[in-house]
Every structure is written in structure tokens, then in C-alpha cells.
Design a binder for this molecule. Structure first.
Ligand code: FMN
Length: 372
């Protein structure tokens, strides 16, 4: 049987297979509230047969949104809007649901990518961003304010409050976004973190705030809710001080000591000077090393597009799970095709059982399709 379709485990969470739907910002919320688009988009993905759906980067405070259209979980309205979507998903799909909790830090207050992604101008509703240090992401962008102790407490409390809302929504897992140059990654990387206090300088100090957030969120979640972290394994900066795979291993070990449920291994995003050698499965070796050296369940992501490739990553122990982003947007039933190609079975809604091709009799399991 195909390794990709073995049941899996992320801490307390069981999954039907090893396919994860990666978090994908939709920039389609209003004041952080999910709307019609989220029903359609998440609804479609929840019927895909994947083992886990991770809801897009969801801001823990309004100024932590990348764009004004980001999803949020910082208000009662946000919680109520998401509850309607989650309830529809739960009524129609057994897929476990995670959410990525995020704060964009100095990369907040921007246009959506389809509008160019640049910083908002004051007349476009720009807001003051915050970060570990008062350094803009790119030259010419408005500088963030360095968070002081009160600011750090506020952000940490915002993560905790959002986690409490996650519990109230009955979600299965939380992924803390510490990748792609957003706030927690900004603390980790010396490129964005030039602090002289206990949150900057040494590796231990740079890891302190992300780990404090992890601990505080863990304490707010019941044991049944899995908690993991998405990391950028490297900043892809060859010269000068930056975040790299060696430091990522140290962080992953610290997460393992805290009984994290998983690490989701991505890369890049903190510096416009990054040079990323894009290619098939280019981040998989990072996941493999983190898995081997921390012992944590890992999710590999990045240009994993082919079922045989995905199956081999899991079969060879490079990662426990593989995540798909662009590939599953392009082909929302990718897990069905993967199951067909690998001779495995996948869950499909009964309304679609009749789509099972004749030659693949057991694709959807032992389903009975009567005729009238
Ligand atoms: C439309 C879109 C939105 C994304 N939004 C997020 C996000 O909210 N959080 C995140 O960590 N990564 C985000 N990413 C990155 C993906 O999760 C993934 O790591 C990346 O696209 C590489 O995987 P792929 O080659 O399968 O697309 C996004 C990617 C896309 C294409």
C-alpha cells in the first residue's frame, strides 16, 4: 500500500492520509471576517480527500494582517463569521481542520498580491506596523515600531486570545506562523532582529519570543488540540548573518522538548535579497534533517506536485506528511488522482461517488452505488 495513504498522526490528531492542504491567504475577508468566498474555497478543499486542511494565515490582531483582506480571529465578529464556515465544513466533511495563527509584523499594511503587494500609502488606509526592530522589510518602506515589553505582552496575549477562540470553534489543530518573514520569523532572524535586550542577539534570545508564544498558546489549548509551528528553515542569504538550517534544528529541538505536535518546513521570506534555488521538492531536505535531528513529525512543502514524488517523500522517511498549496488549487481533487495512481483509497462525498471511473472500482472504498 502507498505510504502517502497510510493513516497519520500529528500529536493528538489522527489523519486518514499524509496529504496536508497548506495554508493559503485569500485576501478576501472584510474586517477579518470570513465570507462567501471562504465557504466556497474551504468547502471545495474540504471535499478533496486530503488528510488535513490548514486554514490560511489568520491574524491575531488587526495590525497583524498582511492586507486589509486578511482573515482575522481578533474579534467576536471574526469568531462568529468563521463559526458559520466551520459549521458548514463540519456538516459536509470529516476532514480535520487546523488554522494558521499569524502576525505579519513589519510585512503588514500591504496591498494584496494581485494589486502588486506593495506597502499601503496613508491615503489607502496604511497602519503603523510593529516588529522586533525598527527596520523596514525593504528599503523605502515605512519603518515598523520596535515592540517594547508592553507591546510584546499585547501580541502574546493576542495569540492566546485567538487560541481560545480556536478552542471555542472546535478546531483540531493550530499552526503558529513563524515562517515567510512574518513577526515570529522576524524575531528568529538576525536580519530583522537587532534587539539588544533578552529577545535579540544570541540564538537563545532570538528564539525566546516565538517559544514564549508557543508556551502561552499551548497552555491555552486543551490536550486534544494539536499545536505545531511553520518555520522558514533558511533565509536563503549566503553572506552575512541570517537564519539557517542549523538554527532551525535547534529551534525544532526546543519545540520537541515542549511536545510540539509537528513542524511544517518552509523557507525564505524575511529578506528581498534572498536567492531561492527553486526546484522540485526543494525544501524537502530541510524537512528531512529537522525530522531526523528533532524527532518531531514533519510536514514537507514546496513544489511537491506529483503523487509518486509525494509518496516517495513519505516512504523514504524524508517527512511524515507532504503539503500542497498551488497544486491543490489547480486540481482540487489531487488526492483522488494520487489515490488512483498509487492504487490507494480516498474518502469522497457520496454525492460524487458515481464519478468513480470503472477501472478504479475501489477508489472510494467499499461504496455501494445503486441504480434507478
Ligand atoms: C495563494 C497562496 C497563498 C499562500 N498563503 C500562505 C499562508 O497563508 N501561510 C503560509 O504559511 N504560506 C502561504 N503560502 C505558501 C504555501 O503555503 C506553500 O508553502 C507554498 O506555496 C509552496 O507550496 P506549493 O509549491 O505546493 O505551492 C501561500 C501560497 C499561495 C500559492
Amino acid at each position: 500500500m502507498s505510504a502517502l495513504f497510510f493513516a497519520g498522526r500529528l500529536g493528538p490528531l489522527s489523519t486518514a492520509n499524509r496529504i496536508v492542504i497548506a495554508p493559503m491567504c485569500q485576501y478576501s475577508a472584510t474586517d477579518g471576517n470570513a465570507g462567501d468566498w471562504h465557504f466556497i474555497h474551504l468547502g471545495q478543499l474540504a471535499l478533496s480527500g486530503a488528510g488535513l486542511l490548514i486554514i490560511e494565515a489568520t491574524a491575531v490582531e488587526d495590525i497583524g494582517r498582511i492586507t486589509p483582506g486578511d482573515l482575522g480571529l481578533y474579534s467576536d465578529d471574526n469568531e462568529a463569521a468563521l463559526r458559520r464556515v466551520i459549521s458548514a465544513l463540519r456538516n459536509q466533511s470529516k476532514m480535520p481542520i487546523a488554522i494558521q495563527l499569524s502576525h505579519a509584523g513589519r510585512k503588514a499594511s500591504s496591498h494584496a498580491p494581485w494589486d502588486g503587494g506593495a506597502s499601503l500609502a496613508p491615503e489607502e488606509g496604511a497602519w503603523q506596523t510593529v516588529a522586533p526592530s525598527a527596520l523596514p522589510h525593504a528599503a523605502g518602506e515605512p519603518p515598523p515600531i520596535a515592540l517594547d515589553d508592553a507591546g510584546l505582552d499585547r501580541v502574546k496575549s493576542a495569540f492566546v486570545r485567538a487560541a481560545e477562540r480556536v478552542v471555542a470553534l472546535g478546531l483540531d489543530a493550530v499552526e503558529l506562523h513563524a515562517a515567510h518573514g512574518y513577526l515570529l520569523h522576524q524575531f528568529l532572524s538576525p536580519i530583522a532582529n537587532r534587539r539588544a535586550d533578552r529577545y535579540g542577539g544570541s540564538l537563545e534570545n532570538r528564539m525566546r519570543f516565538p517559544l514564549e508564544v508557543f508556551d502561552a498558546v499551548r497552555a491555552a489549548l486543551p490536550d486534544r488540540v494539536a499545536l505545531g509551528m511553520r518555520l522558514s528553515a533558511t533565509d536563503w542569504i549566503a553572506d552575512g548573518e541570517s537564519w539557517d538550517i542549523e538554527q532551525s534544528v535547534v529551534l525544532a529541538r526546543a519545540l520537541a522538548e515542549r511536545k510540539a505536535s509537528f513542524v511544517h518546513v518552509s523557507s525564505g521570506g524575511v529578506s528581498p535579497l534572498q536567492k531561492i534555488p527553486l526546484g522540485e521538492g526543494y525544501q524537502v531536505p530541510f524537512a528531512e534533517r529537522i525530522r531526523r535531528e528533532s524527532g518531531l513529525p514533519t510536514i514537507a512543502v514546496g513544489l511537491i506536485t506529483d503523487p509518486t514524488q509525494a509518496d516517495a517523500i513519505v516512504a523514504e522517511g524524508q517527512a511524515d506528511f507532504i503539503a500542497l498549496a498551488r497544486g491543490i488549487l489547480f486540481e482540487p481533487h489531487w488526492p483522488w488522482r494520487a489515490a488512483a495512481e498509487l492504487g490507494a483509497q480516498v474518502e469522497a462525498p457520496r454525492q460524487y461517488w458515481r464519478s468513480q471511473p470503472r477501472a478504479l472500482k475501489n477508489l472510494f472504498g467499499d461504496v455501494r452505488i445503486g441504480q434507478r
